[in-house]
Design a protein around this ligand. Structure first.
Ligand SMILES: [Zn+2]
Length: 150
Protein backbone atom coordinates (compact mmCIF):
# COMPACT_ATOMS: atom_id res chain seq x y z
CA UNK A 1 0.00 0.00 0.00
CA UNK A 2 1.34 3.40 -0.98
CA UNK A 3 1.16 6.19 1.57
CA UNK A 4 1.95 9.89 1.21
CA UNK A 5 5.57 9.45 2.35
CA UNK A 6 6.13 6.79 -0.35
CA UNK A 7 4.70 9.11 -3.01
CA UNK A 8 6.90 12.01 -1.86
CA UNK A 9 9.90 9.70 -2.03
CA UNK A 10 9.05 8.64 -5.59
CA UNK A 11 8.52 12.25 -6.72
CA UNK A 12 11.75 13.39 -5.07
CA UNK A 13 14.20 10.60 -5.84
CA UNK A 14 13.14 7.84 -8.16
CA UNK A 15 9.88 6.49 -9.56
CA UNK A 16 9.05 2.76 -9.59
CA UNK A 17 10.21 0.87 -12.69
CA UNK A 18 7.51 0.57 -15.37
CA UNK A 19 6.63 -2.88 -16.70
CA UNK A 20 7.20 -1.60 -20.26
CA UNK A 21 7.59 1.70 -22.11
CA UNK A 22 5.51 3.27 -24.90
CA UNK A 23 7.01 6.31 -26.62
CA UNK A 24 5.51 8.29 -29.49
CA UNK A 25 6.07 11.67 -31.08
CA UNK A 26 3.67 14.53 -30.35
CA UNK A 27 2.30 14.15 -33.89
CA UNK A 28 1.65 10.44 -33.36
CA UNK A 29 -0.16 11.17 -30.09
CA UNK A 30 -2.21 13.89 -31.77
CA UNK A 31 -3.36 11.41 -34.44
CA UNK A 32 -4.03 8.60 -31.99
CA UNK A 33 -6.00 10.47 -29.31
CA UNK A 34 -9.28 12.33 -29.35
CA UNK A 35 -8.78 16.11 -28.99
CA UNK A 36 -9.69 16.29 -25.28
CA UNK A 37 -7.66 13.16 -24.49
CA UNK A 38 -4.68 14.75 -26.23
CA UNK A 39 -5.04 18.01 -24.29
CA UNK A 40 -5.15 16.18 -20.98
CA UNK A 41 -2.68 13.32 -21.50
CA UNK A 42 -0.06 15.26 -23.46
CA UNK A 43 -0.69 18.93 -22.55
CA UNK A 44 -1.70 18.48 -18.88
CA UNK A 45 -5.04 20.21 -19.23
CA UNK A 46 -7.84 19.44 -16.77
CA UNK A 47 -11.37 18.46 -17.80
CA UNK A 48 -14.36 20.21 -16.18
CA UNK A 49 -15.42 18.90 -12.75
CA UNK A 50 -18.57 16.71 -12.54
CA UNK A 51 -19.22 16.93 -16.31
CA UNK A 52 -16.93 14.01 -17.10
CA UNK A 53 -17.54 10.35 -17.86
CA UNK A 54 -16.47 8.49 -14.71
CA UNK A 55 -17.00 10.99 -11.90
CA UNK A 56 -20.20 9.31 -10.70
CA UNK A 57 -19.67 5.86 -12.20
CA UNK A 58 -19.00 2.92 -9.86
CA UNK A 59 -19.17 -0.01 -12.28
CA UNK A 60 -16.86 -2.88 -11.34
CA UNK A 61 -13.83 -3.54 -13.50
CA UNK A 62 -10.58 -1.81 -14.36
CA UNK A 63 -9.42 1.56 -15.62
CA UNK A 64 -6.72 1.51 -18.28
CA UNK A 65 -4.67 4.35 -19.78
CA UNK A 66 -6.42 6.03 -22.73
CA UNK A 67 -2.98 6.57 -24.26
CA UNK A 68 -1.33 3.15 -24.07
CA UNK A 69 -3.86 0.69 -22.62
CA UNK A 70 -1.88 -0.09 -19.45
CA UNK A 71 -3.83 -1.04 -16.34
CA UNK A 72 -3.86 1.98 -13.99
CA UNK A 73 -6.61 1.55 -11.38
CA UNK A 74 -9.03 -1.10 -10.15
CA UNK A 75 -12.66 0.01 -9.85
CA UNK A 76 -12.60 -1.49 -6.33
CA UNK A 77 -10.25 1.36 -5.29
CA UNK A 78 -12.58 4.05 -6.64
CA UNK A 79 -14.49 6.03 -4.04
CA UNK A 80 -16.77 9.03 -3.76
CA UNK A 81 -14.50 11.99 -2.94
CA UNK A 82 -16.95 14.76 -3.92
CA UNK A 83 -14.16 16.38 -5.91
CA UNK A 84 -15.80 16.35 -9.34
CA UNK A 85 -13.34 13.83 -10.78
CA UNK A 86 -12.86 10.09 -10.47
CA UNK A 87 -10.96 9.41 -7.26
CA UNK A 88 -8.99 6.34 -6.25
CA UNK A 89 -7.29 5.29 -3.03
CA UNK A 90 -4.45 3.35 -4.71
CA UNK A 91 -3.06 2.60 -8.18
CA UNK A 92 -3.52 -0.96 -9.56
CA UNK A 93 0.15 -1.72 -8.88
CA UNK A 94 3.02 0.23 -7.34
CA UNK A 95 4.61 0.68 -10.76
CA UNK A 96 1.45 1.63 -12.69
CA UNK A 97 1.88 5.36 -12.22
CA UNK A 98 4.76 7.80 -11.68
CA UNK A 99 4.95 11.08 -9.79
CA UNK A 100 6.39 14.55 -10.33
CA UNK A 101 6.26 17.81 -8.38
CA UNK A 102 4.01 20.31 -10.14
CA UNK A 103 4.18 23.98 -9.17
CA UNK A 104 1.89 25.25 -11.93
CA UNK A 105 -1.19 27.41 -11.26
CA UNK A 106 0.40 28.77 -8.05
CA UNK A 107 -0.13 25.46 -6.29
CA UNK A 108 2.28 22.87 -4.97
CA UNK A 109 0.91 19.57 -6.11
CA UNK A 110 2.13 16.14 -7.10
CA UNK A 111 1.29 15.18 -10.65
CA UNK A 112 0.35 11.59 -11.50
CA UNK A 113 1.40 10.18 -14.88
CA UNK A 114 1.08 6.83 -16.59
CA UNK A 115 4.38 5.07 -15.94
CA UNK A 116 4.37 3.42 -19.37
CA UNK A 117 3.62 6.34 -21.74
CA UNK A 118 4.11 9.36 -19.41
CA UNK A 119 0.54 10.54 -20.11
CA UNK A 120 -0.72 13.11 -17.59
CA UNK A 121 -3.53 11.60 -15.50
CA UNK A 122 -4.16 14.07 -12.68
CA UNK A 123 -2.82 14.72 -9.18
CA UNK A 124 -2.52 12.93 -5.84
CA UNK A 125 -3.34 14.51 -2.47
CA UNK A 126 -2.75 13.50 1.18
CA UNK A 127 -6.44 13.75 2.14
CA UNK A 128 -7.74 10.32 1.13
CA UNK A 129 -9.51 7.74 3.28
CA UNK A 130 -7.76 5.43 5.73
CA UNK A 131 -5.74 3.25 5.76
CA UNK A 132 -3.49 4.75 3.04
CA UNK A 133 -4.76 8.32 3.40
CA UNK A 134 -4.13 9.31 -0.21
CA UNK A 135 -6.48 10.47 -2.97
CA UNK A 136 -5.70 10.03 -6.64
CA UNK A 137 -7.75 12.68 -8.45
CA UNK A 138 -7.79 11.60 -12.10
CA UNK A 139 -9.25 13.00 -15.33
CA UNK A 140 -11.92 10.70 -16.85
CA UNK A 141 -10.57 11.41 -20.34
CA UNK A 142 -7.22 9.87 -19.46
CA UNK A 143 -8.94 6.60 -18.52
CA UNK A 144 -10.87 3.85 -20.29
CA UNK A 145 -13.14 1.69 -18.16
CA UNK A 146 -13.18 -2.04 -18.83
CA UNK A 147 -15.71 -4.42 -17.31
CA UNK A 148 -14.15 -7.68 -16.18
CA UNK A 149 -16.14 -10.88 -16.47
CA UNK A 150 -15.11 -13.44 -13.88
ZN1 LIG B 1 -0.23 5.19 -20.68
Amino acid sequence: MLRWKDIIYYAKYSNPEPARRVEKTEEEWRQLLKPLQYLILRKKETEPPYRNAYCRSYEPGQYTCAGCGSLLFHASEKYHAISGWPSFTQPATKGAVKYAFDNSHHMERIEVRCNVCDGHLGHVFPDGPEPAGVRYCINSESLIHKSIKS
